[in-house]
Write a protein that binds this ligand. Sequence first.
Ligand code: SAM
Ligand code: SF4
Ligand code: SF4
Length: 337
Amino acid sequence: MLTDRHRRELQDLRISVTDRCNLRCTYCMPLDQYDWLAREQILSFEEICRLVRIFARLGSSKLRITGGEPLLRNGLPELVGMLARIDEIEDICLTTNGLLLSDSAVDLRRAGLHRVTISLDSLNPDTFLRMAQRGRLDSVLAGVAAAKAAGLGPIKINTVVERGVNDREISQLLDYSRKEGFEIRFIEYMDVGNVNDWTARKLVTKTEILSRISESHPFEPVTSERGSAPAVRYRFKDGSGGFGVIASVSEPFCGDCTRARLTADGRMVTCLFSPRGHDLKAMLRTSATDRELSEAIASVWVGRTDRYSEERLVAISSKEGYRPEAVRKLEMISLGG
Ligand code: SAM
Ligand code: SF4
Ligand code: SF4
């Protein structure tokens, strides 16, 4: 078992397979142009699998494939198949915006993918376009239906709540998820990266989200232990399912953070708000042994002290206040959420 300086175990690995995206969500990557990675900078499937084997031996038996938009990576089912054949891996999940999912859900399931989390911020085509700037809501909903039909469940829906944009749609999204049998997780808008122009004004906190839900959907907390999942979970009092809230800003959970991240260009990152990562690709491509890679990964994890969201909460309540632009951070499209 590998633990860091705050006694957090390494348990999960999030793998970003591309930094490209077919949407331009205003809260994540609003820019048309960006300094995208060149093809040769991106890890091959073999390189990813080699690192996953090493991470798995160190304790990360749960994988989440993400991006950018992971379905833009050519041959993704092939990668899933390679990952599924690694003995130590217990769970493989994909986070996607769903746009291309209807074409690949069956292949992904056959290859060994267990579950999908689909990002869906609105059921209103105009709000969808306002937030995503590209793409069509219809295509996402077709992707959701294809994932359900392919058995990629339990399906989770991720909804970033932004004040004045989609915060009046919480109840509608809850009804939709309840009817479909999905677990929806409302996510507080985070100041991840530097290009999304985050301000506290756009943030709808967990307290406010719960207060809005209680007006139409009576619920109670699920009291079982939260473990390392970031969502705090609730169930409807009538027994018809539940929902989660990810309160990264107002109630940080750094103490439970057991996730390592691998960027598409092979950097190991231990916090969503890191300014940089640790370059494993350079080691992979200069014939480092598995043992050397394993020692490098272990030393990054063991030396880890990050607790950005807890520190931000202190700064928000301080006299000086919090200035997100003062800190340089990696963008969400290279980290994968
Ligand atoms: N493109 C895929 C998608 O959208 O599902 C995977 C990558 S995306 C970066 C992963 C998750 O990060 C998504 O659920 C997205 O909603 C979330 N996300 C992106 N920017 C965010 C922000 N500023 N605050 C909170 N969540 C954010
Ligand atoms: Fe939106 Fe995901 Fe693309 Fe970010 S990576 S712009 S959240 S679809
Ligand atoms: Fe983990 Fe960093 Fe988020 Fe805290 S702020 S929960 S350390 S990723």
